[in-house]
Design a protein around this ligand. Sequence first.
Ligand code: HEC
Length: 97
Amino acid sequence: MKSLFASATFILVLLTSCTPKATTVAEAPKSATSTAEQIAQGKTIYETSCKRCHKLYEPTQFTSVEWVGIMNAMAPKAKLTEEQHQWVYDYVVSVKK
Ligand code: HEC
């Protein structure tokens, strides 16, 4: 019974894993830079998710290269999705020095 359930789950995963492809095709092509809207979202995420454990750092405190490493370390801590990670990064590097 247990294995029957397991294989049913497996088939279900197979079926559902095929579905997102249709929507992926319909999506707009990924652009290298974020839109103003995404940067604004990045700012909001930054201001809400990044001050839970420490004070909010000034985006201008670090270079864009330093922010790559910081975001790689902090995005998982803040449980950001890949998109949110990108938006927050684009926000912090968009702030003028
Ligand atoms: C779960 C707790 C936690 C969350 C959430 C968190 N941080 Fe941090 N952060 C830390 C800790 C702990 C340190 C200091 C130790 C270290 O560098 O790993 C730190 C250090 C930093 C530093 C200093 C790095 C340096 O080199 O001086 C920056 C900048 C930073 N975090 C940015 C962020 C940003 C941006 C976010 C949101 C995406 C974020 N943090 C979310 C725990 C967190």
